[in-house]
Design a protein around this ligand. Structure first.
Ligand code: CP3
Length: 342
């Protein structure tokens, strides 16, 4: 069989039709996901039950034939494996016990202890490698250290990441120690996913956009660079997609600075700008506004075609600028795919 399309794009090949997958493609917009989640009881039980996590990972592949499957798990399982309490409040989101001091950082479990909690995730990866169609690429993932730290410090999602910025300002050393601990644990976590069968790794830095100036270098670029260097030295050739969401002008040069093979773009940057500034360094993915999968209509098709055209001169994986939302219409995903694949 010829090499999988996603892997070819990640090596820098320009393909006549871009391969496609979607962030949060296994999720609440799909009735079959809601049914399996009900069977599991709650979101975390779904993440930690390998048969059910594999089942929901496969649902969007079976329905739409995406070129990649993304492991079903969550970026907040890692803080839990480091010793924090984690729970999800229905309709609100995640809650964690917090780390805000040097003593709190010292009390975390060592990186070497994470596998006790996370081994079901590796089992999900093994099941998926057996069950996925031969042409479908399996993506493993983790949160990037800054984004994971923002949840560990605040104990929840925050609009401006205020508590994390406050700890960084008040005790930069303790904050850096926390970021280093997450970095080390993330390397071990992703290595274990690769050993279990993940073929590509994605790092989600959802809150990268709130880091300014030197902080962006120290806490968005540097930990990502360290993770990618360690993964590529342990697993030569493993491709990595980095998503420094809302990095704006700092998308320029991000692949070169971190060693990422592909940069994922949110929908606040223009595709034409990114084609000139970001795609010149390698593969890009993303950029379609997830709202369009709620609204549908002519705009969904014209915007999809516009993004395909803008990135048609270089390596490109079609994706959204952020996750598909629970109110999206599954039929609109078919319309998007028809506009991409013709
Ligand atoms: C910040 C973040 C989290 N998780 C993730 C991020 C980074 C990407 C982003 O910016 O969205 C990443 C993530 N979360 C999930 C996946 C699975 C793979 C996939 O994309 O399909 C992935 C890759 C499942 C999930 N993670 C979550 C759900 C919804 C849970 C449910 O079924 O009730 C899913 C399918 C819950 C979650 N998990 C998180 C939040 C803030 C929430 C609540 C918000 C929400 O409900 O969308 C943390």
């Amino acid at each position: 069989m010829s090499e999988k399309t996603i892997l070819r794009a990640l090596k820098g090949e320009r393909l006549p039709v871009p391969p496609v997958w979607m962030m949060r493609q296994a999720g609440r917009y799909l009735p079959e996901y809601r049914a399996t989640r009900a069977k599991a009881g709650d979101f975390l039980s779904l993440c930690y039950t390998p048969d059910l996590a594999a089942e929901v990972t496969l649902q969007p592949i079976n329905r739409y034939g995406f070129d990649a499957a993304i492991l079903f798990a969550d970026i907040l399982l890692l803080p839990q494996a480091l010793g924090l309490d984690l729970w999800f409040v229905t309709g609100e989101g995640p809650r964690l016990s917090t780390v805000t001091t040097a003593a709190g950082v010292r009390a975390l479990k060592p990186a070497s202890a994470i596998h006790d909690t996370l081994s079901p995730v590796y089992e999900t990866v093994r099941i998926l490698r057996r069950e996925l169609p031969a042409e479908t690429t399996l993506i493993g993932f983790a949160g990037a250290p800054w984004t994971v730290a923002t949840y560990m410090i605040a104990g929840r999602g925050t609009p401006d990441q205020g508590p994390a910025h406050a700890m960084k300002a008040e005790d930069r050393e303790a904050f850096s120690t926390l970021v280093d601990r997450i970095t080390e644990a993330t390397i071990d976590y992703l290595s274990a996913q690769i050993e279990a069968g993940a073929e590509v790794i994605k790092l989600f830095d959802s809150w990268a956009g709130s880091l300014r100036g030197q902080d962006f270098d120290d806490f968005a670029i540097e930990p990502t660079r360290q993770i990618i260097a360690a993964l590529k030295s342990r697993h030569p050739g493993i491709p990595v997609i980095a998503f420094p969401r809302e990095a704006g002008p700092r998308y320029t040069g991000f692949a070169r600075a971190t060693g990422a093979d592909c940069v994922a773009l949110d929908n606040s940057v223009s595709a034409d700008w990114a084609a000139a500034e970001v795609q010149k360094d390698g593969c890009v993915q993303g950029n379609l506004d997830p709202r369009l999968l709620v609204e549908g209509g002519e705009t969904l098709e014209t915007e999809t075609r516009r993004i395909v055209r803008a990135f048609s001169n270089g390596p490109h994986i079609f994706n959204l600028g952020h996750g598909i939302t629970p109110d999206a219409d599954p039929e609109n995903v078919q319309r998007m795919l028809a506009a991409i694949r013709g």
